[in-house]
Ligand binder design. Structure first.
Ligand code: ZN
Length: 424
């Protein structure tokens, strides 16, 4: 995942343009993504696909011809969606178009101006203070014209038509934690899941934030009813603890599966209530849709100093943190996949476990006592209505223990799977 982040890092992405195409093309080396192009001017719910933005070069030169700010050094130097410019300006005039972060004087901030035609440059506050009174040449060689918005999608089929949605935004340029960590994690999760047998069908969407998720939603309304669970993935490579943001309803299976899985992993985490701000979870949870899509990040967006600055770089994102995050996503997938409703086939009193070799004869299992207790919980809870997650929560047990107990009991004909439509 870190290698992929490194490969994608230099590319200048935005909400449209060749950088997004190139990014998705690289992902196609790993997973068979389908790439969609939606033309400028197309309506997407209340929004319209904007003009496509591409930039070839941008710089500010002083009167001696030296480039004092150069897009070629870092794509963060140019405000995303800057219009083409060729002019000479005094320092005072130029300063109106310069953005710095005085609190972190070495860092270059990241700024965008998607829906407001203007231009600007970002630079470190130290660089800014070195600028002398002079006449500067401003050069932005960019196109802002009719084109398309690009997104990628992959469906990995499972045994059931019901879907799990995983979404990563793709619109940030050379920034690692937000959003390359999410892109890398979702790509590798898709690769792993495409190699195993699955219960649910998994849909992976890589699209620009806001306009991209809204565009995808508006073009897939007939598929939305199949989405049972979903997660927005980003900010997954920093060493901060996990932060899970609940769905609008707050008590969806995905909310409970994430909390149970993170607790079982023993990793530090915090749960936040839904708010209509942040990443694309707010589009999925809008009132007309109310899809059960939560968001799992490490540090929340906007709550780490490096956020949206040049310090969100290849050193800030750690391979071991990405690995731990992928492990967490896989644990959540396992919980969703295994969260079934069973019916106890011997529900009048406890079935005799000893006769079936299930009582204190469980050689090889990690914890015999715990598995026995889990079997009693699963037998007692499995009245045809409670899921294994309900039982694990009530028993305050790791989901894997309840899952192991259920599979032992099922193979001993003490439990039968309840088909989903019967359970509801
Ligand atoms: Zn961002």
């Amino acid at each position: 995942m870190h290698n992929l982040v490194e490969r994608l890092f230099p590319i200048c992405r935005s909400i449209t343009g060749d950088g997004v195409r190139e990014t998705l093309r690289i992902l196609q080396d790993i997973i068979p993504l389908e790439v969609h192009e939606v033309p400028t001017g197309t309506a997407a719910f209340d929004w319209t696909i904007p003009k496509e933005w591409n930039v070839r070069d941008a710089y500010i030169k002083n009167s001696r011809g030296r480039k004092v700010i150069d897009f070629g050094v870092s794509n963060l130097h140019l405000v995303s969606y800057s219009v083409p410019v060729q002019k000479r300006l005094s320092l005072a005039e130029l300063s109106k178009h310069l953005h710095t972060d005085p609190d972190h004087p070495d860092w270059v901030p990241y700024r965008t101006s998607y829906y407001n035609e203007t231009w600007g440059f970002c630079l470190s506050h130290n660089q800014f203070q070195e600028l002398e009174e002079d006449e500067y040449e401003i050069h932005i060689d960019a196109d802002l014209q009719d084109g398309s918005l690009t997104y990628g999608e992959l469906v990995v089929p499972g045994n059931e038509a019901e879907e799990v949605l995983l979404f990563a935004h793709t619109c940030h340029p050379s920034l690692c934690n937000d959003n390359l960590s999410g892109i890398a994690l979702v790509t590798h999760l898709a690769q792993i899941l495409s190699e195993i047998e699955l219960r649910y069908t998994y849909r992976f969407v890589f699209a620009p934030a806001t306009i991209g998720s809204i565009t995808w939603l508006s073009r897939n309304e007939e598929a939305l009813g199949r989405i049972r669970h979903g997660l927005v993935a980003s900010v997954l490579g920093d060493p901060g603890g996990f932060h899970y943001k609940r769905t609008y309803d707050g008590d969806a299976d995905i909310d409970r599966a994430v909390v149970q899985s993170l607790r079982d992993l023993g990793v530090p985490f915090e749960v936040r209530e839904f708010e209509p701000w942040g990443y694309d979870e707010r589009q999925f949870n809008s009132p007309g849709l109310r899809l059960p899509v939560g968001r799992l990040t490490r540090s929340p967006n906007g709550e780490f100093a490096e956020y949206h600055t040049s310090a969100d770089n290849l050193e800030f994102v750690k391979a071991e943190c990405l690995g731990q995050s992928l492990h967490a996503y896989l644990a959540i997938v396992n919980t969703l996949e295994a969260n079934r409703v069973y019916k106890n086939l011997s529900p009048n009193g406890e079935p005799q476990l000893g006769r079936r070799g299930l009582y204190r004869k469980l050689g090889g299992l990690q914890s015999v006592e715990a598995t026995q207790l889990a079997m009693l919980w699963v037998l007692n809870g499995s009245d045809g209505h409670n899921s294994l997650l309900d039982i694990a929560e009530r028993a305050k047990m790791p989901f894997s223990q309840v899952q192991t107990a259920a599979s032992l009991l099922e193979s001993n004909h003490l439990l039968a799977l309840v088909e989903p439509d019967v359970a509801e």
